[in-house]
Design a protein around this ligand. Structure first.
Ligand code: BGC
Length: 775
C-alpha cells in the first residue's frame, strides 16, 4: 500500500491540498491533551467537505436512542462525546474576499503534525486579489502542561500584496454532532461577553447540564512587537467574535496569537466559570505564546523520554509507531478517574467517544508499561465506581443477587448501546474487566488493590457468569448460549470458546483471591462479604461445578479449539478468496452473508490464546493460528495487533511483521477506508504491544520480566522502554544482541531467552545473542 503522507520519523506530512482527502487528514492530524482534543480543521472558513470537531473529555450527551424495533432491555440513549464550541475560528478576508481553501487558488499547501513537540502546522500560499500572493502559516497546540489552554499562532505574510486584511476571531458554540440521532443540537447558551479582544462564551448541554466556558483573547504583532488594533465586536446566539482590519504591505508579516481557555463544570464551579476563564486567559497572555509553547514541548519531552520506540532501518514502521504512541498520549493522561479512552478519542464522533472493552483488553497493558502506576489504577477505578450501575444493568436483564454486567459501551457506567447482539450478547467485556485486575496487579505489585476494590468487582462478575451459564443435560456440561464473541461477524452463537474461557478463568481467579484474602486479611474479607451480601459456601459450589464442567467446543480431527459450536458447518475458505473489490466486506456484503460466512472480523480464539497462552504449548497455539489467521479479514482495528503478537509467539516473524505494519499504519494508510470518521485510538495500544510483547516477547511471569526477542529481517534494531513494579528500563534488540538499561535505582530481575539475569540499579546488561529473524 502506498502511503499518502510523506515518510518522516517524527512528522506526518501532507504535501499539496487534496480536498478529497481533507476529512481523513483532519482525523490524522488531530491534536489533544487528554483534557480536550481538536480535529485538524482549518482556522479560516472552509466551505468544502469537513467534519468540524472540538471535544472535551467527559462532556457527553445522552442522545435519544434510534432503533427500528425496540427490544426490552435496550438503553434509552446513546451517549455521544459532544462536538463542543469551536474555539479555533479565525476567518480572514483579503480586500473583502474570504480566504477559503475550497475556493481560493492554492499555490502551495502543507499540513504537518509534529509528534515530537506536539503541534499541528499548516502553511499555504494562495492567490488573492489582482493575482497577488499571500502566505499563511498557522501553528496550534493544546497544552500538555496547562490542559485547559489551546493556542494558535496565525501568521499572514504578504508576498506581493498590498491592501487590507480583515480578521474575524471567534468562538462558535452553535455546533452540532454530525451523528446526532434526530438532527438536534445539544448546546444552549448560558452567557456571553465580548470586549475588544477578550471574550467568554458559556454554553451548557441539554439533559446532562455540563457547563462549558470557552474564552479567547488575542494579540497582533508586527516585527515582534504588539500593535495597537481597533476591534469591532459581534455577539449573536452562541457566538462571539472580534473583527480587526489591518493594512499590509509587500513583504510584511502579521502575527496573530489566539489564546483559548476551556473550563467546564466537571472541574469548576458553574457560577465562577466566566471569571475563572478570564483569569486563565490573563495568565496565558502574560506568559505569551513562546513560553506556553516551551512548557508544552517540555511535557512532550517527558512523555517521549519514557515511551518512545526507536526502530532503525524501517522508516515507515518508525513513523507509524510514533504516530500511535503520540495519539494514545493525546487521548488519555490518566489524571482523572472519571475519564476513559474512546475508540476514536478526540478525532471523530463515531463510537461516541465512549468506553468499550478496548480499554481493558488493549490500552491498559500499554499504560501499565509506559505510565505511572496511578494511570493504570485510574482506569481500574473507573470501572470500580461503575459497579453499582453494572449490577443495575444486569438486574434490568433479569440477573439477580449482585451479578454485574458491565456495559459494552458507556460514558457513566450505564449501558448506552442498543444493538441487541452487542448490548445483550457481547458479554466477554465482563471478562476483560476481570482480567484487567489481574493484569494491573501483576504489573504493579499493588496487592492492596485486590482487597480494597478488585475482589468486589470480581464477585459481581463471577456472579454474572454463574447465572449466565446453564447446564446442558444433553452435553452434561455447562454452556453459555446466545453470545457474540469478539468476532462481531457472528451473532447469537453458543459456546464461544473465548467467552467460556474467560468465564471459567474469572471464577477460578475470584475463588483463588478470596482464599488469599481469607489468609491475609480476614477482616477485610468479612467486611466485603457483608457489603456484597456474599456467602462463600452457597455461591462458590456452583462456580466450582462450572469451572469443572464447562463445555469448550473443539475440532478433534484438527486438534484445535472451535470459535463456537457449529463453526465447522461453514464453508471454510481463506480470506484471500474474496475479490479485493469486495473488501472490506462490511462495506460490500449484506449482513446475513457476512454472518453465514466463515470470515472472522477480528481475533477471537486467538484473543483467548493471547490471554491464556501459558495454558497451551506452542504447537497448539500454532495449529489454531494456522487455522484462523487465513480466514480473518481484520476489519476491526483490534485484530491485526493480536495476530501479530501470536505470530511472533509461534516464531512466524514474517507474518508478525506484515501484521505489525497493518496495525501500525492502519490509519495512516487507511486500510479499512474509514479514517475520515476518526482514528482508531484504542487499537494503537495494540501496535505498541505488537512490538513489546510480539517482537520483544515481553511477558510477566512469577513476578519477573521475560523477554524472548525476535527482530524483523529489515530492521537493524529496535528499542523501547517499559515499567514494571516501580522500575523503568530500556530494551534494545539488534540482530546479534539484547541490551537492557536499568534506569531505576533498584535491581531488575529478568529472564532473557530462558536464562535468568539481574541488572543492578542504573546498570546495563549487554548480551551477545543471535536473534532470530527468519520464520
Ligand atoms: C469491534 C469491537 C470494538 C469496537 C470499538 C468494533 O468494530 O468489533 O471489538 O470494541 O469496534 O473499537
Amino acid at each position: 500500500m502506498n502511503s499518502f503522507y510523506k515518510k518522516d520519523v517524527w512528522q506526518i506530512i501532507e504535501d499539496g491540498f487534496h480536498p478529497e482527502m481533507n476529512r481523513k487528514s483532519e482525523s490524522i492530524f488531530s491534536i489533544g491533551n487528554g483534557y480536550m482534543g481538536q480535529r485538524a480543521n482549518s482556522e479560516e472558513h472552509y466551505s468544502g467537505d469537513s467534519l468540524q470537531g472540538s471535544y472535551i473529555a467527559g462532556v457527553y450527551y445522552p442522545d435519544k436512542t434510534r432503533v427500528g424495533w425496540w427490544k426490552n432491555g435496550y438503553p434509552e440513549y446513546f451517549a455521544k462525546v459532544l462536538n463542543a464550541p469551536n474555539w479555533i475560528g479565525i476567518d480572514i478576508s483579503v480586500n473583502g474576499k474570504a480566504v477559503d481553501l475550497a475556493t481560493s487558488e492554492i499555490i502551495s499547501f502543507s499540513r504537518i503534525l509534529n509528534m515530537k513537540e506536539g503541534y499541528l502546522e499548516r502553511s499555504f500560499r494562495v492567490t488573492v486579489s489582482g493575482n497577488k500572493t499571500i502566505e499563511i502559516n498557522s501553528r496550534r497546540f493544546v497544552s500538555m502542561a496547562e490542559p485547559d489552554l489551546g493556542i494558535i499562532r496565525y501568521i499572514v505574510k504578504s508576498i506581493d500584496f498590498e491592501g487590507t486584511l480583515d480578521f474575524t476571531v471567534y468562538i462558535d458554540g452553535d455546533v452540532k454532532n454530525e451523528d446526532s440521532n434526530y438532527g438536534e443540537k445539544f448546546w444552549i447558551e448560558v452567557s456571553k461577553e465580548i470586549n475588544g479582544n477578550n471574550g467568554v462564551l458559556v454554553t451548557r448541554t441539554l439533559k446532562t447540564d455540563f457547563y462549558v466556558a470557552t474564552g479567547m483573547c488575542f494579540e497582533f504583532l508586527k516585527d515582534n512587537r504588539e500593535i495597537v488594533i481597533k476591534t469591532e465586536n459581534i455577539a449573536r446566539e452562541k457566538y462571539i467574535a472580534s473583527t480587526v482590519s489591518l493594512d499590509i504591505r509587500k513583504g510584511e508579516e502579521v502575527v496573530l496569537n489566539k489564546y483559548v481557555s476551556v473550563l467546564s463544570s466537571l472541574n469548576n464551579t458553574k457560577e465562577k466559570l466566566t471569571g475563572d476563564t478570564k483569569a486563565r486567559l490573563k495568565e496565558a497572555r502574560t506568559k505569551g505564546y513562546a513560553a506556553l509553547f516551551i512548557g508544552h514541548k517540555k511535557e512532550w519531552e517527558r512523555i517521549w523520554a519514557t515511551s518512545d520506540v526507536v526502530i532503525e532501518g524501517d522508516i515507515l514502521a518508525q513513523q507509524a509507531i510514533r504516530f500511535n504512541i503520540f495519539h494514545l498520549n493525546q487521548t488519555y493522561t490518566g489524571k482523572d478517574e472519571r475519564l476513559n479512552i474512546g475508540p476514536k478519542g478526540f478525532t471523530g464522533e463515531k463510537y461516541g467517544g465512549s468506553t468499550y472493552w478496548d480499554t481493558e483488553a488493549f490500552d491498559l497493558p500499554f499504560f501499565l508499561k509506559t505510565a505511572d502506576r496511578e494511570v493504570g489504577k485510574n482506569l481500574l477505578l473507573y470501572r470500580y465506581k461503575h459497579l453499582e450501575k453494572s449490577i443495575a444493568n444486569a438486574e434490568k436483564l433479569g440477573f439477580k443477587n449482585g451479578a454485574a454486567l458491565y456495559p459494552m459501551v458507556t460514558m457513566n457506567g450505564e449501558e448506552c448501546h442498543n444493538e441487541w447482539e452487542i448490548t445483550f450478547e457481547e458479554i466477554h467485556r465482563n471478562g476483560a474487566i476481570a482480567f484487567a485486575i489481574f493484569n494491573y496487579i501483576r504489573h504493579t505489585g499493588d496487592d492492596e488493590y485486590m482487597a480494597d476494590y478488585g475482589l468486589e468487582v470480581l464477585i459481581g462478575i463471577s456472579r454474572f457468569w454463574s447465572q449466565r451459564a446453564t447446564f446442558s443435560e444433553n452435553l452434561k456440561k455447562y454452556v453459555i448460549l446466545g453470545v457474540t464473541g469478539p468476532n462481531e461477524y457472528e451473532n447469537n452463537v453458543n459456546n464461544n470458546w473465548y467467552t467460556n474461557s474467560l468465564a471459567v478463568w474469572t471464577l477460578s481467579y475470584t475463588i483463588k483471591n478470596i482464599r488469599i484474602l481469607e489468609r491475609e486479611n480476614p477482616d477485610k474479607l468479612s467486611a466485603l462479604y457483608i457489603k456484597a451480601n456474599f456467602s462463600f459456601s452457597d455461591e462458590t459450589a456452583r462456580w466450582q461445578e462450572i469451572i469443572k464442567y464447562m463445555h469448550f467446543p473443539v475440532d478433534s480431527s484438527r486438534d484445535i479449539f472451535l470459535q463456537q459450536d457449529g463453526f465447522l458447518d461453514k464453508e471454510l475458505k481463506p480470506a484471500s478468496s474474496i475479490p479485493s473489490a469486495e473488501r472490506p466486506i462490511n462495506q460490500h456484503w449484506s449482513w446475513d452473508r457476512i454472518l453465514r460466512s466463515c470470515f472472522i472480523k477480528q481475533a477471537d480464539v486467538l484473543q483467548g490464546l493471547y490471554l491464556f497462552e501459558d495454558q497451551f504449548d506452542t504447537e497448539t497455539i500454532k495449529r489454531n493460528y494456522d487455522f484462523y489467521e487465513p480466514m480473518t479479514v481484520h476489519e476491526s482495528s483490534l485484530s491485526a495487533c493480536i495476530h501479530s503478537i501470536v505470530a511472533s509467539r509461534i516464531g512466524n516473524i514474517e507474518k508478525a511483521y506484515e501484521l505489525y505494519l497493518h496495525t501500525a499504519r492502519l490509519d495512516l494508510d487507511d486500510y479499512n477506508n474509514e479514517v475520515s470518521e476518526g482514528l482508531h485510538i484504542t487499537s494503537m495500544a495494540g501496535t505498541w504491544l505488537a512490538i513489546v510483547e510480539g517482537f520483544g516477547g515481553m511477558r510477566i511471569k512469577d513476578g519477573k520480566i521475560l523477554l524472548n526477542p525476535l527482530i524483523p529481517v529489515n530492521w537493524l534494531s529496535y528499542s523501547f522502554h517499559a515499567r514494571f513494579r516501580g522500575l523503568l528500563f530500556e530494551v534494545k534488540v539488534t540482530k546479534d544482541s539484547v541490551s537492557i538499561n536499568n534506569i531505576s535505582e533498584k535491581p531488575l530481575d529478568l529472564v532473557i531467552s530462558g536464562k535468568e539475569y539481574q541488572v543492578e540499579g542504573s546498570g546495563k546488561l549487554i548480551l551477545n545473542l543471535k536473534i532470530d529473524f527468519f520464520s
